[in-house]
Ligand binder design. Structure first.
Ligand SMILES: [Zn+2]
Length: 284
């Protein structure tokens, strides 16, 4: 499904939705029980339902600058054997949706993965004639050097499968560029290091004609972590670092003009970060 479109100066951002669902996020943020979520009323109706079930999404963001078409994060992907039943052997119209948004897969110039987890690298590759081939044949795939080296050396079980079917084939095809955690992808598109969820995690800062936006990646998974930055995400590799990153990013962007686009936020997906007592909230 093609979701929201935002414009930041001369940059257009289009949300390509792979999955949007209610109820699955408690597995990711175990502290966010339904009872506790019920007490955070500003999450409703967009980010939680009336019974405290959190809503979440998996989507890619097509970032079109005057010069480049960049896909930020590539979801779970089709045809991949995964342990999570809802993600196993997925079949969605993702590439058709991307084309409907005006960008055929051959038109993509850059792919950037905020980190190398299962739901951020899937469409890096597609299954063709019995093997995994790069989905975006004319793109350079940008990955954090630190992030790649960490998972190259530490991936086990499901993460090893993810590397094997969605990351290493890109390197084998000669399409990968390893970049610094604070690299500039192109004018107006710059990375901000946001480690903790994974060691090399980076968020994407967009700036054009006096306007700005932040693509979070997974330094938080759900707006509930604005109210409670200390609530860890189960897959956070370094929890104290992830908490420190959330607080420092919130302090940096709260009450400012930057549109916050959440990588796993349900529709409407974006809003403005506000201070809320000792914590924060998202205004949409
Ligand atoms: Zn994720």
């Amino acid at each position: 499904m093609v979701g929201e479109v935002w414009r930041i100066g001369d940059i257009k951002i289009t949300r390509i939705v792979e999955i949007e669902a209610t109820g699955g996020m408690t597995r990711i943020i175990p502290d966010a029980t339904r009872e506790r979520v019920m007490g955070i009323r500003w999450l409703m109706p967009h980010f939680a339902d009336g019974e405290g079930r959190m809503r979440g999404a998996i989507h890619a963001l097509l970032v079109e600058t005057p010069d480049l078409a960049i896909v930020v994060d590539t979801c779970v992907g089709n045809d991949k054997q995964r342990a999570v039943p809802a993600w196993n052997m997925l079949q969605t119209a993702f590439l058709d949706d991307l084309a409907a948004a005006g960008c055929a897969r051959e038109d993509v110039d850059r792919v950037f993965c905020t980190h190398l987890h299962i739901d951020h690298v899937g469409w890096n590759t597609m299954w063709v004639d019995g093997k995994w081939v790069p989905t975006f044949p004319n793109a350079r795939y940008l990955m954090g050097a630190k992030e790649f080296e960490y998972w190259r050396d530490n991936a086990r079980d499901g993460q090893a499968d993810v590397m094997a079917d969605s990351v290493l084939p890109i390197h084998a095809a000669g399409l990968a560029d390893l970049i610094e955690q604070d690299a500039e992808i192109c004018p107006g598109v710059t990375l901000i290091p946001s480690p903790g969820h994974t060691p090399g995690h980076a968020s994407v800062f967009l700036e054009s004609a006096g306007e700005s936006a932040l693509i979070t990646g997974d330094f938080l998974h759900h707006p509930v972590q604005m109210a409670h930055p200390e609530w860890s995400s189960a897959p956070d590799v370094d929890r104290p670092q992830a908490i420190a990153t959330r607080k420092s990013m919130y302090n940096r962007f709260a009450d400012g003009p930057t549109l916050i686009i959440g990588t796993h936020f349900a529709t409407p997906t974006a809003g403005f970060l506000k201070r809320d007592g000792d914590a924060w909230r998202l205004d949409v």
